[in-house]
Structure formats: C-alpha cells, structure tokens
Write a protein that binds this ligand. Sequence first.
Ligand SMILES: C[S@@+](CC[C@H](N)C(=O)[O-])C[C@H]1O[C@@H](n2cnc3c(N)ncnc32)[C@H](O)[C@@H]1O
Length: 191
Amino acid sequence: MRRIPARPLRSTGIVIAALLALTPAAHGQPAAAASRLQPLDVIYVPTPDTVVAKMLSMAKVGPGDVVYDLGSGDGRIVIAAVKDFGAARGVGYELDPVRNHEARENAAAKGVSDRVQFIAEDLFEADLSGATVITTYLLPALNERLVPRFRALRPGTRIVTHNYDLTADWKPVERVVVDGHIVYAFVVPKR
Ligand SMILES: C[S@@+](CC[C@H](N)C(=O)[O-])C[C@H]1O[C@@H](n2cnc3c(N)ncnc32)[C@H](O)[C@@H]1O
C-alpha cells in the first residue's frame, strides 16, 4: 500500500493550527462569531477620550447603571463607564472580532473584565432591555433605525449619541460641543 509522505501532513497540520489560532473562538468568543458573516454598517472610528467622558457625564452614569454601547469598538466607552464613573456593568455589541479582542484586552488591562461584556452580535439584534444608559457613535440613518427600539425602552433610560442626533421629532435634553464633536443626550419619555 502506498504511504502518504509524512512531511506534507505535518505542514498541513501547522497551517490548520495557525488558522485556528487566528479565529475569534481562539480568543474566547462564541463559535458563532468565528467568522463575521455580515458587513459592518459603519467603519471603526474611536471616540476621543474627552468626548467619552463628556458622554458619560451627560448621561449621569453612576453606581447602579448598566451602560450599553452599540458598536463598541475597542470597548473604551463601557470600560470608562465602569472604571471612571462607577457603573455596575457595561455591555458592548460589536461585530468585528478584532475590536472585541482589543476590547477584552483593554478591559483586562484596566482590571474591569468582570464587569464588562463584549457581545459579537449585530447591534440591531441586541436585547436592550437591561440597559439604563445607551451610547452610540453611528451614522444618522443607523440612529434613525434604532429610534423605534429606543422609544420602547423603560422610561427614564438615557441615550447619548456622538455627532448625530436621533430623529427630527425627538429633541435632546442637552447638546454640547466638545473639541469639535457634538454630543446629544436624550431621555426615554413616559408613555
Ligand atoms: C464609529 S465606531 C464607534 C466605536 C465606539 N463606540 C467608540 O465610540 O469609540 C462604530 C463601531 O460599530 C461597529 N459596527 C458596525 N456595524 C455594526 C453592527 N451592525 N453591529 C455591531 N457593531 C457594528 C464597527 O465595527 C465599529 O467598531
């Protein structure tokens, strides 16, 4: 019987091991997130730290708050919410596995891994019912798509958006310009 030469087999094994090491599953993410199947709705542009701080102070984040960032990038908003503003928990929804990996590393470096969670799911599918504060840095049309879901949240939930407001008939309670960036704060009204 013809034998399969040992050398190609060994190199195939090395290639498979290298590919596995690059998958999100190797970085502690669920297998479903191992490949990002859908395109991003907006590219990654981080919010400057001064603007992050303003967003969280406008939302009056404090103990007892659960802060969700929709499209959480490197995790800076939810990490600052728990680390600098004392929020109970932070949750980021982010489709890009590279960003989620960075976010988990950043959370570990700041010692807050046990209070933040980065979920590799489409932000439009996110369960927002646990949030007391929601932050976004998305495009106007994406904010507008979220409005029906925001209106259905618990009255009193605070929403803070970076650079773009929500929709014409929902006026912000506050609008501030920080280093050339606009921050809008909204509160879900009583129904
Ligand atoms: C402009 S960045 C903002 C990042 C972060 N929130 C910040 O302010 O620093 C938008 C983020 O949304 C993510 N994103 C785009 N479409 C998404 C989707 N449908 N679901 C979850 N995340 C998405 C991108 O990968 C990107 O990291």
